[in-house]
Write a protein that binds this ligand. Sequence first.
Ligand SMILES: N[C@@H](CCC(=O)N[C@@H](CS)C(=O)NCC(=O)O)C(=O)O
Length: 196
Amino acid sequence: MPPITLWFLQASRSIRIAWLLEELNLDYDVKFYDRMKNMKAPPEFKESCGNPLGKAPSLQDGNLTIYENKIKVLQWIHAAEATFTLHALAITYARWTIPEHGKANGDLETMEKGLSVNVQKDLDWLETELSLSPGPFLCGDKVSAADTMMQFSINFMMKTGLGTKGGNWPNIEKWLKACDETESYQRAVRKTGHKI
Ligand SMILES: N[C@@H](CCC(=O)N[C@@H](CS)C(=O)NCC(=O)O)C(=O)O
């Protein structure tokens, strides 16, 4: 029995990992799932894949579950753009491009509500991960590239209300404050004049 299992969702990024495993000549099992009619992964996939966001691909190697990436710092570097910013920016683009009548007749509001489902799940995941960190930052006591990548995405989402309506994420608030208070962040802001 090979120790690696790939949770594979059809027509998804999962092929990237299957190809890589093949390239590395690693033996692996595949759990295949088709998307449902609404294009989402089926509940059986979400319940068993080991990724708290229920997204594909997910890979299990013994006791290790890998999604986005196996090293925590890299996981957050990828997640900042490929998950958090991706989902939130869809709302920004909807706001920028919807015609005026779409704003007036409530279409934009409906779209934002639909798009915020992913954003809120992402933020719930971050909230839980922060509760597990041994320090005030994403990977412990010190600021890492995980924080420098994630802080901008999350700060931007919170300040511009991208899908965050109705949510409450105290750990995220605390972490954002800890980031704001670092001397290095303050120096960077002073030097560049950065603002949102
Ligand atoms: N940034 C993540 C994105 C994962 C993701 O959004 N996967 C999609 C397939 S490409 C998915 O699982 N969709 C099904 C669903 O949301 O139910 C990664 O690269 O692993």
